[in-house]
Design a protein around this ligand. Structure first.
Ligand SMILES: [Ca+2]
Ligand SMILES: [Ca+2]
Length: 289
């Protein structure tokens, strides 16, 4: 047990020097060995499943099923700086219930002699059968040496739910993550007739799976830009509808995609003239569509 722990602490220090921001190992639960996600340890009284549905990010999440009325789950130990503040963030998908009938997480602090210091309060899922991302900002006690990140099932003797995308970082060094990218943007019809509406389809990819929004801005005849929310969104495809315009009108539009990591990216601006002879798209940024 101790050997295992110090192996991971050493690994975390190595990992930390490569990637200075994200401190949690295998937070997306993509790597597994012997039925347990790599980097995590399993408590007694819990059955884990390497789930492919539901999944918030990547190919797998972890299902937590308590075998009794005792709260139990998985944990990972991470070295901390005493007095520093950290964010612990986990995506939860509760299936049995909410609060103490579902799943959740907390942190227990330990000193350098591995003695328990204190625990934070629990954070539970508060919705059911849908992914939610919950977070806690916590301060490491002055005598803290490591944080034990704990994700647990609170439902009694039941499958409480699934978790994915666990993240732990110092508030002064948040992970950079990856920005969303527009894979393609298409317009149907490509050349709308006067008073004929058009549909814009945008396909957006975000490597770390934390896309939060995609919206479209358009302007008719160089008037004020108007924001449009998608009519429908299906996975990473977003559909927008711009109403018909009179002959000769100039329609301009661009799209915005944002993620929970604070990234905001813009597409190029597309320009067309309704029923006109010339149709143009121009590019404001070379590295975008
Ligand atoms: Ca995952
Ligand atoms: Ca992202």
């Amino acid at each position: 047990m101790h050997e295992n722990k110090f192996f991971w602490l050493a690994f975390i220090i190595l990992f930390h020097s490569i990637n200075a921001q994200e401190l949690c190992i295998n937070g997306s639960f993509e790597e597994w060995a012997s039925g347990v996600p790599t980097g995590w340890q399993k408590e007694s009284g819990i059955n884990l499943t390497q789930s492919t549905d539901p999944v918030y990010h990547g190919s797998y999440s972890v299902g937590l099923q308590a075998t009794s009325s005792s709260n139990s789950g998985i944990f990972q130990d991470i070295l901390v700086q005493p007095g520093d503040s950290y964010v612990f963030k986990v995506s939860l998908y509760g299936v049995f219930g909410t609060g103490t009938e579902g799943i959740g997480f907390l942190i227990s602090w330990y000193d350098s002699t591995e003695h328990f210091i204190s625990s934070t309060s629990n954070v539970y899922n508060n919705s059911q059968n849908v992914w939610e991302t919950d977070s806690a900002i916590v301060k490491a006690p002055q005598n803290a040496h490591f944080a034990r990140l704990r994700i647990r099932c609170y439902a009694n003797g039941a499958l409480g739910g699934y978790c994915d995308c666990a993240s732990f970082y110092n508030v002064n060094a948040p992970p950079e993550g990856s920005p969303p990218q527009f894979l393609y943007i298409t317009r149907v019809p490509e050349f709308p007739l006067p008073e004929e509406s058009m549909d814009i389809l945008a396909c957006v990819y975000d490597a770390d799976g934390d896309l939060s929004a995609c919206s479209l801005f358009y302007s008719i005849n160089y008037a004020t830009w108007l924001a449009l929310s998608p009519d429908t969104a299906n996975d990473s495809s977003y559909f927008f509808h711009i109403g018909g315009q009179s002959a000769g009108s100039f329609v301009r539009y661009y799209l915005l995609a944002a993620d929970y990591g604070g990234h905001v990216v813009y597409s190029d601006t597309f320009v067309l003239q309704i029923g006109g002879f010339s149709f143009t798209a121009y590019f404001e940024e070379q590295d975008l569509i």
